[in-house]
Ligand binder design. Structure first.
Ligand code: ADP
Ligand code: TPW
Ligand code: MG
Length: 578
């Protein structure tokens, strides 16, 4: 075998010779990794061409972060890593934010980035776009590998694939050095390098003792509840979750992205009883959900005497914030199956009054919520509630539509208003509550499922990813982006404490015409000020199965500041700093 390095762009004599890039593209395709989201430039442009030639769907973005959000969402919905392709230095860093976010959220994806010549990077000599990317990424992602030799590329792909999907899923970084991408090798020598990893995501069976312990604890509970997280949605064991809930008759509470795993209006849904479950449940079974900030880290309102059963693939998650009385470590398919099996011999001791209480509370809270929506129906200019009242019947009448959602009030109010009926149909800013997942997630969800997607975006949230509406249009995706414009972060009525004429820190652009972004890229675009216009536009948009843009004009004072610190502002206003 003759191996000659080519960073100067020598063309290989195909098919006798191939480059590292060719080997990488073929290894990805051979592993069934068939969607790549990215942004081209030196040194990965040819890699993108070669991937496309191999039959990998290549989706080019305007911003690497959004390509990464697409890869992550694709990974969450398919259990197969989405691929993100980035150039070196800033391109890599822009994409890395999404790879880290995917790791935090347990979504499988692989970021592949070209990187500059090791000689220059290691000597800090100012090479083209030089940055020690591998060492930047390593502490922040699930796994990182740097590939220096073309012959290592197939094994690197296999390792990245395994790392992304096995155990707790996450983001993996594959650093491919420029010289490796351009390395020219004899094609005949490469044949033995390719392989398909055997069982890349092996079952992880929980110990029988852990299953016994969990079932015993559950059987003795008087006021039990099941709490479903997005890990349960990810696992794609929908029938088993349904069986577990329905054969036990226990109340269940879904976290935001687990909504729809069972229909939100299921008779055992305790979606409206979060506080009561926290305060009064004696045993809570966490299924693919972490006791993180979204659940007050297990403290706050939680019953201090309450006990937890936790089903998770990651042993380190146990006792993270609260002692876990019955840890069940395994993949959810194996763990839920084992628990279902064991439950056949067990009689549960739930107090029927507990379920009655939760049902009564659900009826009462839902009626109150409906009254509240009703009372805001005619708010003019529209509030979040008036807009959501118009949207609710349309989205609930199209349960196959995937809902992407980010913002502050726009997030909370949409989550609380729109019932979900199908698993994995709600994608939001999730564990880190980050803004800037919108357009990328729309694209990832559309490619992962082939379904229609509707994004409901706060005006601030939309601003983070808005330019990639272009990508939705370029690929003619059946996606509608709805922007709730209240003119700011939380709202548009922030006050400038310096009184110097500058906009307040939270103030954005109440008079902007976001729908022009839709027009710019050829989407059907609407500007709506009234609920009936909104309902009509959304129904048409979904039916069209094409890109659509709906700018919803809200009142600037619609929405409250998150974190309940709004009271600080009036206080400060009384004592303006001169
Ligand atoms: P949520 O935000 O909905 O509460 P989290 O992201 O906090 O959900 O928790 C998801 C959990 O699911 C993580 O702890 C992760 O390890 C776990 N998980 C993901 N996939 C699986 C799986 N296939 N089997 C078991 N646990 C899983
Ligand atoms: C990457 C901080 C939290 S919520 C939000 C910001 C900027 C926007 C809220 O305004 P929006 O929604 O979207 O208009 P609404 O309906 O309340 O008016 N940067 C990042 N992530 C976060 N979370 C922030 C900043 C933030
Ligand atoms: Mg806003």
């Amino acid at each position: 075998m003759t191996t000659q390095k080519s960073s100067t762009g020598n063309a290989p004599h195909f098919p006798e010779q191939v480059t590292g890039m060719y080997i990488l593209a073929k290894a990805l395709k051979d592993n069934g990794l068939d969607h790549m989201f990215g942004l081209c430039g030196i040194p990965v442009t040819d890699l993108a061409y070669l991937c496309q030639q191999q039959g990998i769907k290549y989706v080019g973005f305007r911003f690497e972060q959004q390509a990464g959000m697409a890869a992550a969402t694709y990974g969450f919905l398919t259990k197969k890593p989405g691929l993100l392709l980035t150039v070196s230095s800033l391109g890599f860093l822009n994409g890395l934010t999404a790879t880290i976010n995917a790791t935090v959220n347990c979504y499988p994806m692989i970021q592949i980035s070209g990187s500059s010549s090791r000689e220059h990077v290691d000597m800090n000599q100012g090479g083209y776009e030089d940055l020690d990317q591998y060492n930047v990424a390593k502490p922040l992602v699930k796994a990182a590998f740097r590939v220096n030799k073309a012959s290592d590329l197939p094994i690197a792909v296999a390792r990245a694939f395994r790392a992304a999907v096995s155990g707790r899923p996450g983001g993996v970084y594959l650093d491919v050095v420029e010289s490796c991408l351009g390395e020219i090798v004899d094609n005949s020598a490469t044949k033995s390098w390719y392989f398909k990893p055997v069982d890349p995501c092996p079952a992880m069976i929980p110990s029988p003792e852990s299953v016994d312990r969990a079932v015993r604890l559950l059987a003795g509970a008087k006021r039990p509840a099941i709490l479903l997280g997005k890990g349960a949605a990810y696992a794609q064991i929908d029938d088993k979750i349904k069986q577990l809930v329905e054969t036990t008759g226990l109340p269940f509470f879904p976290m935001s992205m687990a909504k729809g795993l069972l229909p939100d209006d299921h008779p055992q849904s305790a979606l409206s009883c979060r506080s009561t479950i926290m305060e009064e449940a004696d045993v809570v079974m966490l299924i693919g959900a972490r006791l993180n900030w979204l659940l007050s880290c297990g403290h706050g309102k939680w019953n201090p005497e309450g006990k937890f059963i936790q089903l998770d693939i990651d042993p380190d998650e146990m006792d993270c914030n609260r002692p876990i009385a019955a840890p069940v470590v395994g993949d959810l398919d194996s763990s839920v199956s084992a628990i279902l099996d064991k439950l056949k011999d067990v009689k549960l001791g739930m107090d029927p009054a507990w379920m009655e209480k939760l049902k009564a509370e659900t009826r009462e809270k839902n009626a109150r919520f409906a009254d509240r929506l009703e009372s805001h129906k005619k708010d003019m200019p529209m509030t979040h509630w008036a807009a959501l009242d118009a949207i609710k019947p349309i989205l609930e009448g199209n349960p196959d539509v995937i809902l992407v959602n980010e913002g502050a009030n726009t997030l909370d109010d949409t989550r609380d208003t729109i019932n979900m009926f199908k698993p994995r149909h709600r994608i939001d800013c999730a564990t880190w509550a980050i803004m800037g997942m919108g357009m990328g997630s729309v694209v990832g969800a559309a490619f992962a499922t082939g379904k229609s997607v509707v994004a409901i975006e706060g005006d601030s949230a939309f601003g983070f990813s808005g330019m990639d509406f272009a990508t939705i249009c370029r690929f003619n995706l059946p996606a509608t982006v709805v922007v709730f414009n209240n003119g700011g972060i939380y709202n548009g009525i922030g006050v400038n404490l310096a009184h110097n004429g500058d906009p307040a820190p939270t103030t954005l652009d109440i008079d902007a015409h976001y729908e022009k972004i839709g027009e710019a890229f050829g989407a059907k675009s609407y500007y709506v000020t009234r609920p009936e216009e909104l309902a009509k536009a959304l129904a048409e948009a979904i039916a069209s199965k094409k890109p659509n843009f709906i700018h919803v004009q809200l009142a600037a004072d619609s929405g409250k500041e998150s974190g309940h610190i709004g009271y600080l502002n009036p206080e400060a206003l009384q004592h303006p700093i001169a």
